[in-house]
Write a protein that binds this ligand. Sequence first.
Ligand code: S3P
Length: 429
Amino acid sequence: MQPLRTNVSSLNGTIHVPGDKSISHRAVMLGAIANGTTKISNFLTGEDCLSTIDCFRKMGVSITQNGSEVVVEGKGINGLQEPKEILNVGNSGTTTRLLLGILASCPFHACLIGDESIAKRPMARVTKPLRMMGAHIDGRDHGNYTPLSIRGGSLEAIQYESPVASAQVKSAILLAGLHARGTTSVTEPHQSRDHTERMVRLFGGEVVVDGVTVSVTGSQQLTATSIYVPGDISSAAFFLVAGAIVPNSEIVLKNVGLNPTRTGIIDVLQQMGADIVIENVRNEETEPLGDITIRTSELKGTEIGGALIPRLIDEIPIIALLATQAEGTTVIKDASELKVKETNRIDTVVSELRKLGADIEATEDGMIIHGKTPLKANGTIVDSHGDHRIGMMLAIAACLAKGEVFLQRPEAIAVSYPMFFAHLHSLIE
Ligand code: S3P
């Protein structure tokens, strides 16, 4: 159990948030199935991305990692070898689902296992379309949960209408589609993050985007490249909210990824009246990034739903905290996907923020928050529930609380932001 910093009078300074998790996973995966040597810099050394590296090493791919510099020796999709050991995906949904997409076309057997949280996350959303393409997949509850086993082989293209806006589902199908016969397409209810599409192009592949439909034609060869991973806007989000709600604050966040499929948090901050400035935007062709300054702000409640949800799905826990410090009511709807994240984030956000005195209620597909509420504590014990984003949200919430707060299971934060507490404390001291 970790004591959290409370009653913080200001947050000031500059942070370089670590590399983007989604992009780091994809850089290793595409590097592994491309031909040649891929160099990745500013790679996220969080546990999730290390799980991805570990799985590809077990399939014979040589990967060297020196801090945030990673070199992947790709030998093409046919260069992957049947793993002798079980592939351990840890806590990572992205590793599980995208890896299944790659394995679907590999003519060998592999077993996937992960932690307790992964064992509860639905996998039928990818195993169903991959089976339609020709992969043989089995697992608990007919292939809906880990442990899973897969035997890939030759695949046929499909035209898939995804019931959910999920980049993991879309990416798994597109990665399989790169090696299928014919043209595979995925149509989503709303556009999800498009890192796979952008990165396949960077590796010389062809992807066609038409509104919410993305297509790839099979038998594509990818060529190794160099990748700089921008800072993760989902990690920056904790400091964006902290800067807006802690008094007397000014925080500069450098080199933050600004891919428009991920910037819903910025739209919401602006909608709520935050004092936020974005500068030095560059690299718009591949993965845009820029610097963001946030200052303490007077905030008002807002409504969040529809196409905005996939653009900020991982930021909803910290947006809920933001809303407790805004005047009026904030409604978050159309977000039932929160129930199948690392935890049921509707339940964990509501129960943990209530412990600190927030006026928040769960709904079927989101939550309703009334503000502005002072956050209180008196030796209060809050719990990450093993979910990195719940842990970080609670550490920021504690900054506003007057009494003592203790965090259970703080180690979960290392999944996406190993330096989180060092960065937070550098803004206080
Ligand atoms: C991710 C997609 C999102 C997101 C997750 C990372 C990705 O999940 O929540 O943290 O890298 O593709 P879904 O595809 O389940 O929405």
